[in-house]
Write a protein that binds this ligand. Sequence first.
Ligand code: GDP
Ligand code: MG
Length: 258
Amino acid sequence: MREAVLIVPCFNESARLREAEFLALARDARLSLLFVDDGSTDRTAERLEALVGQSDGRAMLCRLARNSGKAEAVRQGLLCAIGEGATIVGYTDADLSTPAGELARLVNEIRSRPVQVLMGSRVRLLGSEITRRPVRHYLGRIFATGASLALGLAAYDTQCGAKLFRVTPILRAALERPFTSRWAFDVELLGRLLPRDGRPGYAAEDFVEVPLLRWSDVKGSKLDAFAAARAGLDLVRIAWGVRRGRRKRPGGSTPEAP
Ligand SMILES: Nc1nc2c(ncn2[C@@H]2O[C@H](COP(=O)(O)OP(=O)(O)O)[C@@H](O)[C@H]2O)c(=O)[nH]1
Ligand SMILES: [Mg+2]
C-alpha cells in the first residue's frame, strides 16, 4: 500500500462505476485506491474485483458483509488504510463527481502544504465548471452554512465528497467510534478533529479548502428527500455536541453557564 490512500465507498454502484478513470487515477505513482463494497446487491463487487485485478496492486477491495451506510464504510476504509501504514488518507465518491484529475491535484496539494486536513470545495467561479442542480445547490448552501456555524469553522463546503487527512493521533482518535450520522458524518468527523472534551484537536489553520476546477452532480444519487431531512436533524444534534465538548475544560469539567 502506498503513502496516500483514497477510500471509495460503494453501494450498488454497478451502473455508475467508471473503471477506466479509476485505473488511470491509480496509475498516479503515489496513490492507492481502497474500494469498500458496502454489502451491494447488484454487480458492484464483481466489477470491483475485476478492477482491482487490473490495477497492478494499486487498488484494493474491502467487502462489508452487510450494508452499513456510507459513514461506516468510509470509517472502516480509513481505519484499514491507517492500519496498513498510510500517512495520508482520504475519501471520495464512487460516481467521480470530483473527477480523477482533481483528486490527483488535491493529493499533490496536501503533500506540499503544512496542513492536516484538505477539503475539496465546490465554489462556482468564472473559469471553473461546477455543475449542480439548483435545488441541491441552494439546499447545500443552507446546510453548509449551518455546518460552518455549528463547527465554529469558516468552512464554505463541508459536504463535498472529496477530503484528505494527514494520519495523526488526532485523526486516529476521531475514527475510534462509529459516526452517529449516516449523511452528515463529514461534519461529525470535522467536529471530532477540533479540540473537545478537554482533548487536543486541530486549530483553524490546520484545515484548508481547495476550490475545485471541475465537479458535477452525477445522476443516480441515493440521497433522497427523507435522508436530506434526516441529515439536517443530525446537524442540529452534532452542533449541540460540538458546543458542549468545546465548553469542557481539560480534566472533563464543564464550566457553569453564565
Ligand atoms: N458504503 C456506502 N456508500 C454509500 C451508500 N449510499 C451511498 N453511498 C456512496 O456514497 C457516495 C455518494 O453517493 P451518492 O448517492 O452519489 O450521494 P450524493 O452524491 O451525496 O447525492 C457514493 O460513493 C456512494 O456509493 C451506502 O449505503 N453505503
Ligand atoms: Mg453523487
